[in-house]
Design a protein around this ligand. Structure first.
Ligand code: SAH
Length: 358
């Protein structure tokens, strides 16, 4: 009986092999009288080929496979369910290691397929217009849980659209900068030539704007792009719809963005929704133009996707046209696109685990 319990305990504490760096894996093989280059082979199976079973590591001897099995487990996410929109967008309910669920979205266009990735279960921010904000923040995702979403969507992209993923945006559930370490570790793997090998130029991290961490990204010399959910360039308006912005005022955010540009020379994308009665005045437009003149940037106007329990409404098209005209006149690049996947609640701000709660 005691032996039995001991075996169960041993199994439950087996370390996740994907939590090891390549160097740690090399040390493991050497300490078990095996050549260190085996670590490279195992690393490829785990990170490039994305396999979940030691038995499939066919260039390893039976002895080495058994050695790994005796010491490690391979934790991985599971796609719990999938919904496909009429426009081809695919929303995945992703079951994590502890069975909590997040959502990730694959968005195909004629030239690209973009993966929209989650970084937290729920969100600790309190944007009044976002469905994810209503979910309690449960925990940060591990680096491999973030990475696995990308691998899963890369496979879906190949299966359904006959091409690999072309772009990744951190615009799913959660605030990526509140999970700084794991998000950056995941991006390291996504861009590592021994793993997915994607170009960092094809990755965008979207944040509500945490000044200290924007500076840190610049200091850490990140190579990916930055988008900021601005929604208003006026402090008194912004803190109404993004209450956490009282703690991180626009003045500090702007200084951090100037710092980011000075060190990275990378233009910033401002995400912006225009709502009736919120940011539809001339001074709202002027404030945005003024900010964009100060910081090298472009503006991505996002269509508002209504969420349950909110009375907020997108402003009339004439107001959006006035924004576009004013920005264009000031030679600031602006895009306005239709939302994708609205029919399956997969668009910006709609991720709220509805499938899971049904
Ligand atoms: N927390 C990060 C990333 C998640 S949200 C951030 O704030 O940037 C991704 C984008 O969708 C953000 O620009 C967010 O402001 C926007 N968004 C949230 N709810 C929305 C909604 N209901 N309709 C349209 N865009 C929304």
């Amino acid at each position: 009986m005691r032996f039995f319990y001991f075996r169960i305990l041993e199994a439950s504490v087996k370390k996740d092999i994907r939590a090891l760096s390549k160097e740690e894996l090399q040390d493991f093989f050497v300490s078990h009288d095996a050549p260190s280059f085996k670590a490279g082979q195992v690393f490829q199976w785990l990170w490039q080929k994305g396999i979940h079973d030691f038995e499939l590591m066919t260039n390893l001897s039976l002895e080495h496979r058994n050695l790994l099995k005796a010491h490690f487990q391979i934790k991985h996410i599971n796609i719990d369910s999938q919904q496909r929109s009429a426009d081809g967008t695919i929303k995945n309910a992703v079951k994590l290691h502890d069975h909590l669920v997040v959502e990730s979205v694959l968005i195909p266009t004629s030239t690209r397929t973009t993966a929209c990735v989650s970084s937290q279960v729920g969100c600790s921010l309190d944007c009044t217009f976002c469905a994810t904000a209503a979910l309690k923040r449960m925990r940060n995702l591990n680096a491999d849980e973030i990475y696995d979403q990308v691998v899963a969507m890369d496979q879906q992209s190949k299966l359904y659209y006959q091409r690999p993923l072309s772009n990744i945006v951190f615009m799913g559930m959660g605030e990526p900068l509140m999970n700084y370490k794991n998000v950056l570790a995941a991006i390291d793997k996504i861009t590592d030539s021994e793993a997915l090998g994607m170009s960092p130029r094809r990755i965008i991290l979207s944040t509500s704007g945490i000044p200290k961490l924007i500076r840190k990204m610049a200091d850490d010399k990140v190579k990916f792009g930055l988008a900021v959910s601005l929604h208003s360039a006026r402090q008194e308006v912004r803190e109404q719809i993004m209450p956490f912005a009282k703690k991180f005022p626009l003045t500090e955010l702007i200084e951090a963005l100037e710092y980011w540009y000075a060190y990275t020379k990378k233009q910033i994308t401002f995400e912006y929704v225009v709502w009736e009665g919120v940011n539809d005045l001339k001074e709202d437009i002027q404030a945005l133009v003024g900010l964009c003149r100060r910081i090298p940037s472009k503006v991505n106007i996002i269509q508002y996707n209504p969420i349950d329990g909110s009375s907020m409404k997108q402003a009339h098209q004439t107001i959006i046209d006035a924004y576009i005209a004013a920005l264009t006149k000031a030679r600031i690049s602006v895009t306005y696109r239709r939302s994708r996947g609205v029919d399956i609640d997969a668009a910006c701000g709609q991720l709220a685990n509805k499938i899971d709660s049904k």
